[in-house]
Design a protein around this ligand. Structure first.
Ligand code: ANZ
Ligand code: ZN
Length: 792
């Protein structure tokens, strides 16, 4: 009988579904296995396959090892693409999204994964976003959600707020107009409050170092000091944050960010107020990227009529306002040390300000490194790294400063002026302010709208739907207006792994017992790109819910692994325009899902990916075809020669799957198969079990065809015996022209080619063959190699 994967695969997928084979088991030690849930774009691409297949191989082995495995799947279903597709094709986002979900469910099933579909979550369903809104209310109650005027990208020509993705090099994606920054009321989550823990707790998780480094970089911890400069009004102190307090004697002026409150405070004293206000107004229009860009000239204006005193030497310093200083970092003010900071140096040159060297006699300025301190009174001669601590102590003693750790991370702006998202559950009341919707009134349902374009003022389309926003204030009962912004989809995905534990719960976001039973996630598998924020926000939400008493763990994902990226067969990133996209559905049709699964695992190290090779997939298919021909009538007794290979393979496959080295696991299965000339029954069973995580349909089918009793997955995962993996060794003789030149102990049954190679690489043999041409090689397995050279 021929191997017909498509028939087999359909048969088993239907059977597994009907019999609920992969429902989460009730017994065993828990193992929460998670793959990143997909966005329902319409079609599963090969990258999804790579993610899900690697995950599934790992999950299947865990299941066979007896773990109570939970492996859920769902859809990250809110977001801009649905809305854009809807506007373009005149189909409602909901219809578009659910249509895609239905199609993708079928595509996911065609891979033959172990997902427990009863756990499915869809973030755009009211049953789910009710709890996303509940999460918002909890954060609001806990003081972690707040409203503030924040800059948004505004296109003056389309008159609409743009998402960051819609701004291309400072221009509107649609009309190419210059995008402006506009201050509008937006909601933020106070992630910054957790900065210290988000940074420090990375020590506790088993994640790839590169991913941890990216998180650390985003959080941006900086050790330094706050220094207080007394302003010329005699009462205000301007606090600056610096990472180089050792350069304090080199400060020649201060710089405030255009948003700094000091400007408002000393307005009356500023002689060139008009010029300053003009500058501030212009600066606010510029995006942050423009402001901090290294290439742009450092603009700024001096505040005439005000100054500040350097606390270490009582020197009077001028004050500038300049937009390269940002309000949200440190204190929004800096001491400028042009001799040792590049930006300050550029600014000082432009505005003819003094540059005073305080580190190292010889280096060319600006010099940003360490060295001996000079021109700094009592601190002269110290190493700058030592002076840093000494100056901080001095500041603390004099009460003009203190040690300080700053974090770059910013609060999370969650407002979106968009339709296809979870509405923010707030009512604005003239008397009561921002009032949370009562918990029992959740969900605040997204109304079905025809017109999804933003308003002329750039508000969300919900601001046009009177039936939506007109409501009563939950507090005083008078007329109120609902918040019309929706939440960033990262809010939806920041807690989905909690909902999976209890997806149908109508009373709570999840039952506490179930949460405690399953979480944290034991392994999380997904792409490395674009996940910094998702991981960070999930960690923040976990910590916030923990502090409110809803969770008893601190890190949601104990272990994290990334799959690599699959490239086109030309080695380029897959893209429609290059025509190098691999369509998984077509590959299944041609080769079967098991071959696609196996090939994805075989093509290279899982965390690296690589180019798709059309020949490679044929190779693994041939392997399955060969395995298909394993004798249908098997002997009762084990083949003794095969035992060693079998136990070596058990050891290798088990260890390799655990470490996600799927490619080498498959290699060892290939080697094993080549030794299965006359296997015994138990040996075939073991082979099928080892193959099952990679080619599950194949393994189930063979098990049935060969007439083995019961279900293959009722069998335990095979265990190797170390003793049986030992190599048997033999002594071989190495000769040159019939004379013995060396003897060696080698593994038994090496092939003639392997023996020849050993001989030719042997130092003693090389000595006798050097410079001579080899006429002949005589190899007798397990005994001898004779190299015959030309004689002279
Ligand atoms: C004086 C100084 C002297 C500085 C020197 C550097 C070198 P990181 O490492 O990124 O934390 N800074 C502080 N707050 C700022 C703000 N809101 N906007 C722009 N720049 C700001 O950078 C810390 C340094 O960046 C601080 O140390 C400060 O300049 C500047 F030789 O202070 B430094
Ligand atoms: Zn009210």
């Amino acid at each position: 009988m021929e191997y017909r994967p498509n028939e087999i695969e359909e048969k088993w997928q239907a059977r597994w579904k009907k019999e609920g084979t992969y429902k989460t088991p009730r017994e065993g030690e828990k193992f929460y296995h998670l793959v990143m849930f997909p966005y329902p774009s319409g079609d599963l691409h090969i990258g999804h396959w790579y993610n899900f297949v690697g995950g599934d191989v790992y999950a299947r082995k865990k299941r066979l090892e007896g773990y109570r495995l939970m492996s859920p799947i769902g859809f990250d279903a809110f977001g801009l693409p649905a809305e854009n597709a809807a506007i373009k094709r005149n189909i409602h986002p909901e219809e578009w999204t659910y249509g895609n979900i239905e199609r993708m469910r079928g595509q996911i099933r065609s891979m033959g994964p172990v997902y427990d579909w009863e756990k499915e979550v869809i973030t755009c369903s009211p049953d789910y976003y009710k709890w996303t809104q509940w999460l918002f209310l909890k954060l609001f109650e806990g003081g972690l959600a707040y409203k503030k005027k924040a800059p948004a990208n505004f296109c003056p020509s389309c008159r609409t707020v743009l998402a960051n993705e819609q701004v291309v090099e400072g221009e509107c994606e649609r009309c190419d107009a210059q995008v402006e920054q506009r201050e509008i009321d937006q909601w933020l989550f106070n992630v910054k409050k957790y900065a210290r823990e988000l940074d420090a707790a990375l020590e506790e998780v088993d994640w790839p170092e590169r991913t941890k480094a990216m998180q650390r970089n985003w959080i941006g911890r900086s050790e330094g000091a706050i220094v207080k400069f007394l302003a010329s009004d005699g009462e205000t102190s301007i606090d600056v944050f610096t990472t180089r307090p050792d350069t304090l004697f080199g400060a020649t002026y201060l710089v405030l960010s255009p948003e700094h409150p000091f400007l408002e405070k000393v307005k009356g004293d500023i002689k060139n107020l008009e010029e300053v206000e003009d500058y501030v107004k212009k600066a606010k229009k510029r995006s942050e990227k423009e402001r901090v860009s290294g290439e742009k000239e450092k603009t700024g204006v001096k505040l005439e009529g005000v100054s500040a005193i350097n606390p270490v030497n009582r020197e009077k310093l001028p004050i500038f306002v300049a937009d390269y200083v940002l309000m949200h970092y440190g204190t929004g003010a800096i001491m400028a040390v042009p001799a040792h900071d590049e930006r300050d140096f550029a600014f000082a040159k432009k505005h003819s300000l003094p540059v005073r060297r305080v580190v190292s006699e010889k280096e060319e300025l600006p010099y940003q490194g360490e060295g001996k301190i000079v021109n700094s009174g009592d601190f002269d001669g110290m190493d700058s790294s030592v002076a840093r601590g000494k100056i901080i102590s001095f500041l603390e003693k004099e009460k003009v400063g203190e040690r300080k750790t700053s974090y770059k991370i910013r609060d999370w702006l969650i407002s979106r002026q968009r339709y296809w998202g979870a509405p923010i559950p707030i009512v604005h009341c003239e008397d009561c302010g921002s009032v949370p919707v009562r918990e029992e009134d959740l969900p605040v349902k997204l109304p079905s709208l025809e017109d999804l374009t933003p308003t002329r003022e750039g508000e969300s389309p919900l601001a046009k739907a009177e039936e939506f926003y007109k409501t009563e204030c939950p507090k005083c009962g008078r007329e109120g207006k609902r918040e019309t912004d929706t939440m960033d989809t990262f809010v939806c995905s920041s807690w989905y792994y909690i909902r999976y534990t209890d997806p149908k719960n109508k009373e709570e976001f999840a039952d506490r017992e179930k949460i405690d039973e399953w979480l944290p996630v034991d392994i999380y598998i997904g792409g490395a790109e674009h996940t910094v924020l998702h991981l960070l926000y999930s960690r923040f939400v976990t910590k916030a819910l923990r502090d409110m008493g809803y969770l008893s763990f601190s890190e949601p994902f104990s272990k994290l692994r990334h799959q690599g990226i699959i490239l086109g067969s030309d080695g380029q990133k897959m893209s429609k325009s290059k025509g190098n996209v691999v369509d998984p559905a077509k590959e299944i049709e041609k080769h079967g899902a098991d071959s696609v699964r196996m090939y994805l695992c075989f093509m290279g190290p899982y965390d690296q990916g690589g180019p798709w090779d059309p020949q490679g997939i044929k190779g693994v298919k041939r392997f399955l075809e060969k395995a298909w021909k394993l004798p249908s009538v098997t002997k009762e007794e084990n083949d003794p020669d095969l035992e060693k290979h079998l136990h070596k393979a058990i050891k290798k496959v088990t260890g390799d799957i655990e470490e996600m080295r799927f490619n080498t696991a498959i290699s060892s299965l290939m080697t094993l198969l080549s030794h299965m000339k006359s296997p015994g029954k138990e040996q075939v069973k073991t082979f099928l079990l080892l193959l099952l995580p990679f080619a599950p349909h194949f393994a189930w089918e063979m098990w049935e065809v060969l007439g083995f009793k019961g279900e293959i997955e009722k069998e335990p995962w095979p265990k190797h015996s170390e003793k049986k993996t030992y190599e048997e060794e033999v002594t071989i003789v190495l000769q040159v022209n019939g004379k013995v030149r060396d003897t060696l102990r080698v593994e038994k049954d090496l092939t003639e080619g392997e023996l020849e190679k050993i001989a030719l690489e042997n130092e003693k043999i090389k000595k006798w063959t050097e410079g001579k041409s080899i006429k002949k090689k005589v190899v007798i397995q397990n005994k001898l190699v004779n190299i015959v050279t030309e004689q002279d």
